[in-house]
Design a protein around this ligand. Structure first.
Ligand code: UD1
Length: 429
């Protein structure tokens, strides 16, 4: 198994290109199932999760072609053509679904297009129970018959899905995406309220509209979708990864220095940017990206932050922001409200000398003068990157084990950080 070794203490200076968003690409790839024509996605990141979904779509019958010529001409990211002319196997098997929960996003599109689908339940997850009841309830409200059989969601709608009014009792990114896709091909009007407003939802909505869907209210908590009979192919560029951009902004905040995050848009992670400013970091939106700088001689100021659905502070940046607090001058509090078990990075950060006390869903972080390098272990995607950030400022050597978690969501992380002066390398295991 690969590891990452970091010798802490170097400032970051230079340019980091921000990749296309993993969390936007995954639902966009599932949208290919809604049409027999080709959907071309540009700016697709090269990540383990994308490969997993390519395998899953391939198993359903989607033809996937990475466009070498167009990719070579692209600034960053890949250009991939997806054609789901013939979905010959509407069954998403456990072996692939268990590797990545977002696989459940094939359910809505397959059901809407084919009238039936069988998708494995994703099972447990390190950061919380993560049920899929809202996906099922929403599709049931659209007229689907859904049963759970032998660990699979078995869904059918022989007469097609029907428009409906559905209020989400809880904001869910994935369930909003599944229902948006399904409603695009349902008969009549669907009104979804209390929907997620994440930029990835807006990106999916824009792609669906380019495919011929009729959607109103993108970026608000109410979506009105007029179903159409058919969707067609389209060409869509994936939005930049706000979580990757936010992660590197936090890295610069911690090490000090000045980095241009090429392609990053501060509006997509405003709540985090505000907290970074509170800590004493300078962020300046420029035409081609976001410039982040901090004078390492001035200590970071602590802050309190609570995770919330967008536009609030993102749970996917919680572990990274907590790591920053570990070296701030004073104490700050982080409260996690989205997932019930998202503090697994805490014991590992404490191995590096962090002072953190957990009270239920809140973590009180008392800043220390210096973290010290040690071997640590990644437990999930964002927790692993928080350990890399800690390693960048820790005294001496930090090795992060089990970095396959990191490879699910950060493209060439060691290369990007090394290009800005970090002493970081991948050790192939
Ligand atoms: C997406 C993101 C993930 C991010 C999360 C919250 C992708 C591929 N993943 O995950 O990185 O951390 O949003 O911003 O985009 N819930 C239910 N029932 C459901 C669905 C969700 O109770 O049917 C709960 C979840 O357990 C969680 C909360 O709702 O507590 C939010 O989850 P959700 O927004 O659905 O997260 P994902 O779409 O899985």
């Amino acid at each position: 198994m690969d590891k990452i070794r970091i010798i802490g203490g170097n400032m970051l200076n230079g340019t980091i290109p921000v990749s296309g968003a993993k969390n936007a690409t995954l639902p966009l790839m599932c949208a290919t199932l809604l049409t027999e024509e080709t959907l071309t996605l540009e700016n697709v990141p090269d990540l383990a999760d994308i490969k997993t979904l390519i395998r899953l779509l391939g198993s359903l019958g989607t033809h996937v072609e990475i466009d070498g010529d167009a990719t070579a001409k692209a600034d960053i990211g890949r250009v991939i053509h997806f054609t789901s002319a013939d979905i010959n196997n509407p069954i998403a098997h456990y072996d692939l679904v268990k590797q990545m929960r977002a696989s459940v996003l094939v359910l809505g599109p397959m059901l809407a297009r084919l009238g039936h689908a069988k998708v494995s339940l994703p099972g447990g997850c390190a950061i919380g129970a993560r049920p899929v009841d809202l996906h099922i309830d929403g599709l049931t409200a659209m007229g689907a018959n859904i049963t759970i059989e032998d660990g699979y969601i078995v869904a059918s709608a022989p007469e097609g899905l029907k428009g409906c009014k559905f209020h989400f009792p809880k904001v869910s990114v994935g369930a909003t995406e599944n229902l948006m896709m399904a409603a695009s091909l349902a008969k009549g009007e669907t009104v979804l309220t209390n929907v997620a407003r994440e930029p990835e939802i807006v990106d999916l909505g824009q792609c669906l509209m380019a495919m011929g869907a009729k959607i109103e209210g993108l970026g608000t908590d109410k979506l009105t979708i007029q179903g159409v009979e058919k969707l067609h192919g389209a060409h869509h560029r994936v939005v930049c990864d706000r979580i990757e951009a936010g992660t590197y902004a936090i890295a610069v905040a911690m090490t000090g220095g000045e980095v241009l995050l090429k392609g990053a848009n501060m509006c997509l992670f405003k709540a985090t940017a505000e907290k970074l400013k509170e800590a004493g970091v300078t962020l300046k939106q420029e035409e081609n990206g976001l410039r982040v700088s901090r004078d390492p001689k001035v200590p970071l100021k602590p802050f309190d932050a609570m995770t919330e659905p967008f536009p609030g502070f993102a749970t996917d940046l919680q572990a990274q922001m907590m790591t920053l607090l570990c070296i701030a001058e004073g104490a700050g509090m982080i409260t996690e409200t989205i997932f019930e078990n998202r503090f697994m990075h805490v014991p590992e950060l404490m191995r590096l000398g962090a002072n953190i006390t957990i009270h239920n869903s809140s973590a009180l972080v008392r800043g220390v003068k210096q973290l010290k390098g040690a071997p640590v272990m990644a437990t999930d995607l964002r927790a692993s990157v928080s350990l890399v950030l800690a390693g960048l400022v820790a005294n001496g050597e930090t090795t992060v084990d089990r970095i396959y978690h990191l490879d699910r969501g950060y493209e060439r992380i060691e290369e990007k950080l090394r290009a800005c002066g970090a002493n970081i390398e991948r050790i192939h295991g």
